[in-house]
Structures are given as structure tokens and as C-alpha cells.
Design a protein around this ligand. Structure first.
Ligand SMILES: C[S@@+](CC[C@H](N)C(=O)[O-])C[C@H]1O[C@@H](n2cnc3c(N)ncnc32)[C@H](O)[C@@H]1O
Length: 486
């Protein structure tokens, strides 16, 4: 009687009040873990046969069922263990079994056991590992939430990222050739956003634990450039100096030609004490610039970035491509697509990642919503040698996209919008006579929407190269070439 009560409770908790007659049918068999069957498709004959294995040996489960469905296993009186088959990888990198049940840290084709809570299994036991499962290269992989796919082979991740792009496009009937991915090396990220908290003993700096606000120390991080990792003691020092007892600092550290450019948010408001202490820290750690909640508290030398022949000093925290390698791959693809154009429009231009290298061979009009970034771009252009004319325009391209008349003089357009894509601007390009487009995207879903609109309006999607600057993450980037047909 007691056992039945547990089963009923679990059934209710799981949101699936099952067929209790089914429970009664199997009770005489002495199957103590029977209550786990409340997650199963009751009346399913294969499910029933799997339940007859008291003690739950996997071999007793029919193969077809194990491969394609979810089964229940007995394990003690309190734990509710079930067996799942991972069918695919979700966009957040979680394995997904029928249900759907999300199982972080698993791969398609794997059989796992675990206890699902609200459709998630956080600590799965891998019963049958995938051939693509590898030992995570980073010693922090288990706890740290910085990477999602360290347990997968490079070839699996590469293939998966290309398939993410292919599937997004095929949903719109597009089937272009896809090259790549061009994947950045480990320890090549030029920027990291660390979190830091004060502790009883001092401070703790690192990344957040998976699905948590707990900070994990990451001295052996395999993602960030080694120079970025040297900032961790400084980040801790910043927390000791300036974090409130319960608050958390967010510290953005960027490699620059002048050293580590550091920008802090979430600390105490600037007071006289901090105005004195922070520049001292910048000196001690030889920082070119230290910014506090947007205010520059130390500027010792320019934290410049190089875009082609130009040196640009971006505003603190401004967008930058994630790795130098990835940036070069993007620039090469954009320059190949726009080659031969005498005038190029660079839309969502940022600080000039594309505009300035392109100005070696063409006049460029750079349009961007953030005037500070454009000012940095303009100064970089003015100080560089041998570049053609670069003009800048601050403009909200979502609300007031460039119109066909304004686009008429350009032989090519580069467009690199944020994750939302560029629906309004793409609608105007589709109406224009622009002969070719280099579309850089960090979101295959919005890209596919925009690509379908261009394709339906006379552009041919000639090809795509996938660029992976975010190794071990689910993030996917690409450059696409469109040529006007009519
Ligand atoms: C993905 S970043 C690309 C920046 C630049 N192309 C690069 O590679 O460094 C997108 C840029 O779009 C800008 N942006 C975002 N929303 C915008 C809008 N509504 N209008 C114009 N620019 C916008 C951001 O400031 C950012 O610089």
C-alpha cells in the first residue's frame, strides 16, 4: 500500500497520472521500481515487456524499444531512474530524448539513465556512449558553464554546426553549398567576461557554473587566450577592492595592442576611495585602460585593435569578433565576395572590422547605430595610411534602413546584423539594384529568413562558409554570398 502511494505521488508530480490498473497488473511481479512506468506510454506492449525485468538489466529490454523510446528501470525505493535514448542535440547543446526530455552533456545515439525533473535530467548516467564522446580537454569542463560541447569530438561539433545552418536554410527551401567550418584554435578567444565575488577568504573569479550563479575558478581555461587568463588575479583583486559583500562583479577583459583592456560593471558606485585605488590597480597590472560602469578611471595608453592597416581604439565593451583567426576568416570571405566593387556599403559596421580593410581597394560607407563606435572607426581611418575614402553614418537600420535610392551607388553591400537579423534592411536591399551582398550572420535562423527573402527577390545564394569562433559552444556564424540574377 505504501509503495502504491509513492507511485501515485510520483505520477502526479510527473504530471502524468497513469493507468493505475497497469500498476496493479505488475504489482504481483514484485517490480519495486514500477512507479517509474508512470512516465511511459501505458499500454505499449514493448514498454510492458521491459518492465518485466525485475532488477532492470538493460539486456532484457527489446532492442527496438531501447533504440527509439524511453524505458523505466528500477533502482531502489526512492530514486526514479529511467532509461532514455538521445535522439538529437538541441540548440542549447542539450541532448534531447523523446518527451522531450533534455539531458545536458549527452550526444545523439547515446543511451542514458537518469531521473527527469520538469523534463530535464541534470546528472545522467551514460549507459551506451557515442563514438563521438571524448574526454573534455579542459579540467573545469564538468563544473564550468562556459562551454557546452567539450564532451563531443571536434568532427562531431563541426558537422553539427554545418547541419544547423543546412537545416535552417532547408526549412525555407534553400539548399546552397556550405563550406567549413573554419574553427578557431583552443585558447584563442581575445575577450572574456569574468564574474567575481567577494568571499570570506578574499575573492573568487571565473565563469558561472552550469545553470547557476555560483562562480567557478577557471585557471586552466582552454578557451581564452593565455594572456586573458593572466587577468584572473586582477579580477579577484577588483572584487576585493570594490564588490559589495553580496554583489557580483562582471569584468570584461579584452586583448588589445596595448595590453588587457578591462571594463567593470556591477561594482560599488565610484567614490573617492575607488577613484584612487582603481588607477593604482591599472598601474600595478599595466592595463592600458580601466573602465568602471562606463566611466574611464585609467587611460595609460591606447587599447587599440588592428583592422587591416588601421588601428582603432574601440569604446570600452564595444563589439569585437571573438578571435583574431575568426576575424581574419570573416574578413577574407567578405573581401572575396565584394572584390572589384568601387564603392561598398558596410551596414552594422561596428568599429570597422570590415570597412577599414575593404578601404584598401574601395570607397566605403560605414553605417552603424552606435555613434561612439563610428567615431572610433573614423579616427582609425584618419590615422591610417593608404586607405580610400571612408564615410560614416549613425543610423538605426531597423527603423530607418537604407532605401533603394541610397543603395544605388554601391557595387556591393556588406551586412552584419545582430542576432535578430536585418529584416527591414534586407527588404530594401531586395527592392534595390545592388549587384552583390556579403551577409555575415551569427544566427542561422534569422539569416535563413532573410536569405529566403533575397532569393525570392532576384538574388542567388551562391554559397556559405561556416566560421566557428566559438569552439565548444553551440554558437554558429557564417558568411554568405548573394549575387543579383536579374
Ligand atoms: C554583429 S555586430 C557587427 C559589427 C561589425 N560588423 C564587426 O564585425 O565588428 C552588429 C553591430 O550592429 C550594431 N547594431 C545593432 N542594432 C543596430 C541597429 N538597429 N541599427 C544599426 N546598427 C545596429 C551593433 O552596435 C553592432 O556594432
Amino acid at each position: 500500500m505504501m509503495r502504491l502511494t509513492i507511485c501515485q505521488t510520483r505520477a502526479r508530480l510527473s504530471g502524468q497520472i497513469g493507468d493505475l490498473a497497469f500498476l496493479r497488473d505488475f504489482w504481483p511481479l514484485g517490480f519495486h521500481g514500477l512507479c517509474s512506468a508512470t512516465h511511459m506510454p501505458f499500454g505499449h506492449s514493448q514498454a510492458a515487456s521491459s518492465l518485466t525485468m525485475v532488477g532492470g538489466t538493460p539486456a532484457a529490454v527489446p532492442r527496438s524499444f531501447r533504440k527509439h523510446s524511453t524505458s523505466a528501470l528500477h533502482q531502489g525505493k526512492t530514486a526514479l531512474m529511467q532509461r532514455f535514448f538521445i535522439e538529437r542535440l538541441g540548440h542549447q547543446g542539450d541532448g534531447i530524448a523523446k518527451g522531450p526530455v533534455y539531458v545536458p552533456g549527452t550526444l545523439p545515439g547515446e543511451e542514458i539513465e537518469g531521473q527527469a525533473t520538469a523534463g530535464v535530467i541534470t546528472t545522467p548516467k551514460i549507459v551506451t556512449p557515442s563514438d563521438d564522446r571524448v574526454r573534455p580537454p579542459c579540467s573545469h569542463a564538468k563544473a564550468c558553464g562556459g562551454c557546452q560541447l567539450q564532451h563531443a569530438s571536434d568532427s562531431f561539433v563541426s558537422h553539427w554546426k554545418v547541419e544547423v545552418v543546412r537545416n535552417a536554410l532547408s526549412a525555407h527551401g534553400l539548399t546552397p553549398s556550405i563550406d567549413g567550418p573554419v574553427t578557431s584554435e583552443p585558447r584563442s578567444r581575445r575577450r572574456a567576461s569574468f564574474s567575481a565575488r567577494r568571499t570570506k577568504k578574499g575573492a573568487l573569479a571565473g565563469f558561472h557554473q552550469k545553470r547557476s550563479d555560483i562562480v567557478v575558478s577557471v585557471p586552466n581555461c582552454q578557451l581564452v587566450h593565455p594572456q586573458i587568463a593572466t587577468a584572473l588575479p586582477l579580477v579577484e583583486q577588483l572584487a576585493i577592492t570594490s564588490a559589495s559583500r553580496k554583489g557580483e562583479l562582471s569584468v570584461l577583459v579584452t586583448r588589445s595592442e596595448g595590453g588587457l583592456d578591462v571594463s567593470v560593471t556591477g561594482g560599488k558606485p565610484l567614490n573617492d576611495e575607488l577613484r584612487q585605488a582603481l588607477p593604482e590597480l591599472a598601474n600595478a597590472y599595466d592595463l592600458p585602460r580601466l573602465t568602471w560602469d562606463g566611466e574611464t578611471v585609467a587611460l595609460r595608453h591606447p587599447p587599440a585593435q588592428r583592422f587591416g592597416p588601421a588601428r582603432v581604439v574601440p569604446p570600452a565593451g564595444a563589439f569585437l569578433q571573438a578571435t583574431e583567426e575568426g576575424q581574419r576568416a570573416l574578413q577574407d570571405a567578405v573581401s572575396r565576395i565584394t572584390k572589384g566593387a568601387a564603392r561598398i556599403a558596410d551596414l552594422f559596421a561596428g568599429c570597422g572590422t570590415f570597412a577599414l580593410p575593404l578601404a584598401q581597394g574601395a570607397e566605403v560607407h560605414a553605417v552603424e547605430g552606435d555613434r561612439h563606435m563610428l567615431r572610433a572607426l573614423d579616427q582609425g581611418w584618419r590615422q591610417a595610411q593608404g586607405l580610400k575614402r571612408v564615410t560614416t553614418e549613425t543610423r538605426d537600420l531597423f527603423r530607418t534602413p537604407l532605401l533603394p535610392d541610397e543603395l544605388r551607388s554601391f557595387g556591393a553591400v556588406v551586412i552584419d546584423p545582430p542576432r535578430a537579423g536585418a529584416q527591414a534592411q534586407v527588404a530594401e536591399i531586395a527592392r534595390s539594384e545592388v549587384p552583390r551582398i556579403a551577409y555575415v550572420s551569427c544566427n542561422p535562423v534569422t539569416f535563413a529568413r532573410d536569405a529566403a527573402h533575397l532569393q525570392a527577390n532576384g538574388f542567388d545564394l551562391r554559397g556559405i562558409v561556416v566560421i566557428d569562433q566559438f569552439r565548444w559552444s553551440t554558437h554558429v556564424e557564417l558568411v554568405a554570398e548573394f549575387i543579383r540574377q536579374d
